[in-house]
Write a protein that binds this ligand. Sequence first.
Ligand code: A5P
Length: 223
Amino acid sequence: MSIGMGTGRAATLALRLLAERVHAEGLRVRGVPTSERTVALAHELGLPLTTLEETPHLDLALDGADEVDPELNLIKGLGGALLREKIVARAAAPRLVILVDESKLVPRLGTRAPVPVEIIRFGWRSTARALEEMGLRPVLRTASGGTGAAVASEDAYRTDEGHYIVDCHGDTAGAADLLHLAGAIKAVTGVVEHGIFAGMAQTVCVATGVGTARVLDRGAEGR
Ligand code: A5P
């Protein structure tokens, strides 16, 4: 199988378990990693890699999420890999399998997490201002973990593609209009991608305890 390899704690656990089976049972898999961290992990685990150029259609993508709503829409990107994650999820469509614990389930997206938005570095303050004019409160993500408008851009977090991320707080919980919000964010010049994954997850596995999980599936009724 060809597998999209996510980024973050849940994806790391899944890849470690997958590697055990690859080595014990001789499963034949190859993966497209969603970050340089996952590239390093795959090398450490001895999992073979491929690229989307070699393997444009994936059988499955495994990843975590920061929030999951009742329709299985997601916020992703607090780990900083949302752009590659979304490209890999699209290559695996519709087989995006999300692994979370119960703390990630929310009634509406934006309940706890901001919406991460990946933007190009050139003119980033103007891009952030355009997001502000939409009623959002974008905060430049820093490498050091500090926040606030006064943070020097030298300390800005850089994605694997060399972009910045602004975490958008504010009234993002209006999930009734989620697609509109996602579209409006994407339409801002300077925005590369946002962390709203609407209608992309087919299955969400929710860990409910040690060794137990329940599975939420998007069925004919949308979940
Ligand atoms: C990485 O950019 C994110 O989308 C992660 O997949 C997400 O933040 C979940 O990560 P954890 O499994 O570490 O909570």
